[in-house]
Design a binder for this molecule. Structure first.
Ligand code: AP5
Length: 232
């Protein structure tokens, strides 16, 4: 990806808030969240990545989440909220953080709003990745991730220089189990039913900013920087 624009109005040590990336599976939340977190020097908090780490480590949380994720359903709030609270009360989150994949239900959003207030953060910025569903299947079936650093590629849209190997560290690329076509349908359905209502929820609160997620990665990032940098 091209380097961030120098003209971004908010510098690294000025975030002090949560940025929430909201959008369907494959919209590009993870791709952009990694870049934005690097830009501000704050943590990228992907609840999906946290669950996948628990699955790899075989923790009780991972064992509970694995079959649910493989069916394309949402993990119950009782599990998600405890994991998020533990993570965002760590000292490295004091300057702000970028949420990718959380909140995903109105109940999660209400809980988060209270927690952020209690912790003394400014109002969050919510970036809505707007995109036609037709584009998502190609993005999801083509996605490959580095086993070492988690960098995200796409065999159609963002191929690596050497097939099957990460450009950054040479790590082996893998496909996520939930990127199989038979799981993508249930994931998109779960988004429409349980997560899409958050668009109206955050719009009502005056926190939502739409971004055209169908554009090229670098163009989407420019718009994300504008939105986050300009938020009051
Ligand atoms: P999670 O890991 O959060 O997955 P997701 O929301 O389904 O989102 P994805 O990671 O699939 O897509 P993305 O928008 O990040 O796209 P990406 O940038 O990779 O969740 C997985 C599971 O965990 C859930 O199903 C659930 O079970 C559980 N879970 C997680 N959080 C939960 C919660 N809060 N509550 C309950 N359960 C929870 O991009 C996709 C592809 O497109 C890549 O190949 C990329 O290279 C390519 N691409 C990206 N941008 C562009 C672009 N602009 N142009 C062309 N290609 C692009």
């Amino acid at each position: 990806m091209a380097p961030a624009r120098q003209s971004s109005p908010r510098t690294k040590d000025q975030l002090h808030r949560a940025v929430i990336f909201l959008g369907p599976p494959g919209a590009g939340k993870g791709t952009q969240a990694k870049e934005l977190a690097r830009h501000y020097g704050v943590p990228h908090l992907s609840t999906g990545d946290l669950f996948r780490e628990h699955v790899v480590q075989g923790t009780p949380l991972g064992l509970a989440a694995k079959p649910i994720m493989e069916r394309g359903e949402l993990v119950p709030d009782s599990i998600v909220l405890k994991m998020v609270e533990t993570r965002i009360t760590q000292p490295d989150c004091a300057k702000g953080f970028v949420f990718d994949g959380f909140p995903r239900t109105v109940a999660q959003a209400q809980w988060l709003g209270e927690l952020l207030k209690q912790q003394g953060y400014k109002r969050p910025v919510v970036v809505h990745f707007a995109i036609e569903p037709a584009l998502l299947i190609r993005r999801l079936t083509g996605r490959r991730m580095c086993k070492v650093g988690g960098e995200i590629y796409n065999v159609f849209e963002r191929p690596t220089k050497v097939a099957g190997r990460c450009d950054n560290d040479g790590g082996e690329l893998e496909q996520r189990p939930d990127d199989r076509e038979e799981v993508i349908g249930p994931r998109l359905a779960a988004y429409e039913k349980q997560t899409a209502p958050l668009v109206a929820y955050y719009r009502r609160l005056g926190l939502l900013h739409d971004v055209d997620a169908a554009r090229a990665v670098t163009e989407v990032f420019e718009r994300v920087l504008e939105v986050v940098g300009g938020a009051r």
